[in-house]
Design a protein around this ligand. Structure first.
Ligand SMILES: *[C@@H]1O[C@H](CO)[C@@H](O)[C@H](O)[C@H]1NC(C)=O
Length: 342
């Protein structure tokens, strides 16, 4: 085998390197780096596109989202920051239209209920509440592309009151609600309302466990059967609307279902910190308030559990500014809170 001379090695090496440099120049160095980043992101989230045209289109969206996220994070005076998560190849318009975001159907008429915490003294409440530390919160779940946030919100609130009333933390079945609860506003992956879920659970005699009736992220035929319930509730109550002090009384007592406007771009890419500033109030997403507290910089916050997996937010959780001047609360969180009763 002939050993190449040193000059030949240099020439070959340059041919290889220079062509790579030229290719990068053609695409633009930044675009090449961004394309590589898009590839890594696709691998991380298992994203596959149907053809090159779709990939090219998604790349443009990805690039624009990364630019938005980086410019947001670079701006001064922010209490929270954004991240390149699983929604990074969707425009905000597309994100709003996904079932991931738009599963909450607001109630047209809220039938008045009692509010058992009305006489709780705000001054007597602890400064910080985090129901995770009391073992009343199951690990973060992921609703995927099914618009049943309402089921995840109702189940999370129920898991909380069941733990507080029986001492047992049981992961309960959202799929049983998706498949079997077809009354009121509740329409499986096409949306629903937590209060209607609570009513169904009462009539159903409870819910079975997550492992007994696992989540499929799709509408299915009801495989339920009363008698298999692992836990139940007696009813539900609404927290007086647009009253963060009332919400605090309730959240200090148990996890509480809340509806928010989850359609803003800052919500789509929320990654950490205390969400603050402007946000919509067109309620479209059900989550659950599991506590409150005060951040290091003095900002008061609500602590919430979402159902978009652990790659969104603070490992799946969210903090939103508390006691803001708009009575409806951050992203409307104080507009329609409710909780199940044991
Ligand atoms: C709160 O206090 C009022 C006045 O004492 C009383 O009428 C009402 O029943 C109390 N509410 C609850 C939920 O205990």
């Amino acid at each position: 085998m002939a050993i190449p001379s040193a000059p030949l090695v240099a020439v070959l090496g340059c041919l290889y390197l220079c062509s790579a440099v030229l290719a990068a120049r053609e695409l633009g160095d930044d675009d090449a780096a961004m394309a590589a980043r898009h590839e890594r992101w696709m691998a991380q989230y298992g994203r596959v596109y149907k053809d090159a045209a779709e990939k090219a289109r998604r790349f443009e969206v990805f690039k624009a989202n990364v630019a938005f996220i980086e410019s947001f994070n670079g701006g001064g005076g922010r209490k929270f920051w954004l991240g390149v998560n699983q929604f990074a190849d969707l425009t905000n318009y597309e994100f709003r239209a996904t079932n991931t975001n738009k599963g909450f159907i607001p109630s047209t008429v809220r039938v008045p209920t009692g509010f058992r915490y009305e006489n709780v003294s705000i001054d007597a409440l602890p400064a910080t509440v985090d129901w995770r530390t009391k073992g009343a919160v199951t690990p973060i779940k992921d609703q995927g592309q099914c618009g049943c946030c309402w089921a995840f919100s109702a189940v999370a609130a129920m898991e909380g009151i069941v733990k507080l009333s029986t001492g047992k933390l049981i992961s309960l079945s959202e799929q049983e609600l998706v498949d079997c609860d077809v009354h009121g506003e509740d329409q499986g992956c096409e949306g629903g309302l937590m209060d209607d879920a609570f009513k169904f659970i009462v009539n159903n005699g409870g819910l079975t466990t997550e492992s007994n009736y696992p989540y499929t992220a799709a509408d299915g035929k009801c495989k339920g059967g009363s008698g298999s319930a692992a836990a139940t509730i007696k009813g539900y109550e609404d927290v007086p609307a647009n009253d963060e002090a009332a919400l605090m009384k309730a959240v200090a007592s148990q996890p509480v279902s809340v509806a928010v406007d989850g359609g803003d771009m800052t919500f789509q890419f929320y990654s950490g910190g205390v969400m603050s500033g402007s946000c919509g109030t067109d309620l479209d997403h059900g989550i659950v308030a599991i506590g409150y507290g005060t951040a290091g910089d003095g900002t008061k916050y609500w602590l919430l559990k979402n159902s978009w997996g652990t790659t969104w937010g603070e490992n799946g959780f969210l903090r939103m500014e508390k006691d803001i001047s708009d009575k409806r609360g951050m992203c409307g969180l104080a507009m329609e809170p409710s909780y199940p009763t044991a």
